[in-house]
Design a protein around this ligand. Structure first.
Ligand code: ATP
Ligand code: MG
Length: 586
């Protein structure tokens, strides 16, 4: 047993007390590390990037392709594990030369590309706390996050810097260094910044990885801001175990796989599964550096012989919208497993996968806070379309209700309550930056409360009902928006649907729906009646919407989640709150 991997976090890193910090949890963790084949650092301790890259770079997978980067048009570049090991060491050396010490916060504001991987992995090797940012953020959300996260170094492209960061520099006194690169590889000369590629060229290939432990902070991820202001969730290096195990069991990754995760690198999925899990498992990741394009995506699935594909309902919706003909223009013989996360996956989407790709889509559930997949429809079990699946091995989940005195009641089958987790993997977050009280409120005894409402069926599958904040209480009924939205989505005219609770004297709250229409359909009174009638027939009068508005599109976060709170604020004429992650402010 490798007890040296487990150590107390240094006090100066301001990690909130670790709720799984018990002797039993520590012993179990050491055992789990042994069982996965993670090696730990040569001198003791654990480092995510060492496990993801250096372990392979020094072994038989040295020449295996780690990254296959697809540029615009036909451009592509392959990077082996050995090369990735050297390049990330150069990045870590470069940071050290700049005087960056372990524990410093490195922000990464990058589009998909090699620099993103060097920044995240090189930063982790150096012991930095790495914080990815959405490249589509405007200056204000960037400033808030850099300030809250006390960013000391920023890695970004010249174009993003000029457009979004340059004007903020004076307001960020802690930001000591900005590393710039030109996405087109031109010469760089921007005052007050460093030329990344020049410094990389001068740095050495050898680097001794910082002596981090399983409890050292590793990544800072901001939540999507769907239900309120984004929270900064702090994770630790021990999360390597979560990424490894969930990549293996929930995504079914095997050594020969070619894996494609389509998540944006600014969101936790883009790091946990866009960077870390596939590398930890030694597979080849395809990285598409271009924007979404349905035809291009089908071509990638076919040409790159993708075997495991991890995407999201928002992308699947776009593909469905583009029509099945486009998909049938390609063949996917290599494709073996398709999974989705981020939002409820409507049963229609599961069947669409079967029809168009020849494979059903496996939904799974997790959050920024959990750092990795917790519930899943795995390869080893039957999919129940519309369900998030079952807890992964080692995860104890339950549907609970919190009493007035704070104690929890564990609820039985088919009862609506809050989804809770007990002693999950070490990928679990350790703090909400600057919000210790908010962090503590997530826990009750041994349980972590997810804020999502769900029910469990007799076979142990979990069904998403809605966010705790989004649930509607109408005439004594608790109504989950997802169920109502799914019913509306069955109607051929509906592209997107969202429902909210609107205060009503008689009912307490009444259900109000917002829908956007598919191409070829126009809003009309007749269509409104038809939609309301369809919902009544499917759901019954007590649950169906009483009002319905047409909108050109629905407000979503940049990670594709419906912002019901914004629809509600607008409906009730209330302040809109934090809209920093809103995708299309108009
Ligand atoms: P915030 O916490 O700031 O409001 P957020 O919860 O949307 O934002 P994320 O951590 O990115 O931020 O998203 C996690 C949430 O996404 C889950 O709590 C859940 O509500 C939703 N989600 C994720 N996967 C699924 C899924 N398979 N089915 C239903 N909902 C899902
Ligand atoms: Mg959340």
């Amino acid at each position: 047993m490798r007890s040296s991997i487990i150590e107390k976090p240094p006090a100066d890193l301001r990690v909130a007390p670790n709720w799984s910090d018990t002797a039993a949890a520590r012993a179990a963790f050491s055992w789990q590390v042994e069982a996965t084949g993670l090696s730990g650092l040569p001198g003791g301790g654990l480092n995510l990037a060492f496990e993801a890259v250096d372990r392979h770079a020094a072994g038989p997978r040295r020449t295996h392709v780690a990254l296959r980067l697809l540029g615009r048009g036909e451009r592509r570049r392959e990077v082996s594990y050995g090369e990735l090991g050297r390049l990330t060491s150069r990045f870590a050396n470069l940071l050290t030369t700049l005087g960056i010490k372990p524990g410093a916060r490195l922000f990464v504001l990058c589009n998909r590309g090699l620099e993103l991987y060097l920044g995240v992995l090189g930063g982790l090797k150096c012991g930095c706390v790495v914080a990815p940012l959405f490249s589509a953020f405007g200056p204000e959300p960037l400033e808030t996050r850099l300030r809250l996260g006390e960013g000391e170094v920023l890695l970004t492209s010249e174009a993003l810097y000029r457009r979004k960061v340059a004007a903020l520099r004076d307001k960020l006194p802690l930001l000591r260094h900005v590393l710039l690169y030109d996405e087109e590889n031109g010469a760089l000369a921007v005052e007050g910044t460093h030329d990344l590629h020049r410094l990389l060229g001068e740095a050495a290939d050898e680097f001794t990885v910082a002596p981090t432990t399983a409890d050292s902070p590793s990544l800072l991820h901001f939540t999507s801001g769907t239900t309120g202001s984004p929270k900064g969730a702090l994770h630790v290096h021990g999360a390597a175990l979560t990424h490894y195990v969930t990549g293996k069991y929930a995504l079914d990754l095997h050594p020969g796989d070619v894996f494609w995760c389509t998540a944006d690198p600014g969101w936790v999925t883009g790091t946990s599964y866009g960077i870390l899990a596939p590398l930890l498992l030694g597979v080849t990741s395809v990285v598409d550096c271009a924007d979404f394009d349905a035809e291009r995506w089908y071509a990638i699935l076919e040409r790159e012989r993708i075997s495991v594909w991890y995407t999201a309902p928002t992308a699947i919706r776009l593909l469905m919208k583009a029509g099945a003909e486009l998909a049938r223009g390609h063949r996917y013989p290599a494709l073996r497993f398709v999974a989705s996360v981020g939002e409820p996956l409507n049963p229609e989407a599961v069947w669409w996968g079967q029809e168009v790709l020849g494979l059903p889509i496996h939904d799974n559930w997790w959050q920024t806070e959990t750092g990795g997949i917790m519930l899943a429809n795995t390869a080893a079990m039957a999919i129940k379309p519309g369900s998030m699946g079952k807890p992964l091995p080692g995860i104890e989940a339950a549907v609970v209700e919190q009493r007035e005195d704070g104690r929890l009641d564990i609820l039985g089958e088919e009862t609506l309550g809050e989804l809770a987790l007990k002693q999950p993997w070490p990928g679990m977050f350790r703090a909400y930056l600057g919000q210790e009280e908010r962090y503590r409120r997530c826990f009750a005894g041994d349980w972590y409360l997810s804020g999502d409402l769900a029910r469990r069926d007799a076979d142990g599958y979990y069904w998403f009902v809605g966010r705790r904040d989004d649930v509607i209480k109408s005439a004594g009924h608790l109504i989950g928006p997802f169920e109502v939205e799914s019913a509306l989505l069955e109607h051929p005219a509906v592209a997107e649907a969202a429902v909210i609770g609107k205060p009503d004297l008689l009912l307490g709250e009444m259900v109000k729906a917002f829908v956007s229409l598919k191409g070829g359909f126009a809003a009309s009174e007749a269509l409104r009646d038809d939609l309301l009638g369809h919902a009544r027939k499917r759901l019954g009068a007590a649950v169906a919407p009483k009002e319905l508005d047409f909108l050109p599109s629905l407000p979503r976060t940049r990670s594709g989640k419906l912002m019901r709170r914004l629809l509600k604020a607008r409906e009730l004429g209330l302040p809109e709150g934090d809209t920093s992650t809103l995708e299309n402010p108009s």
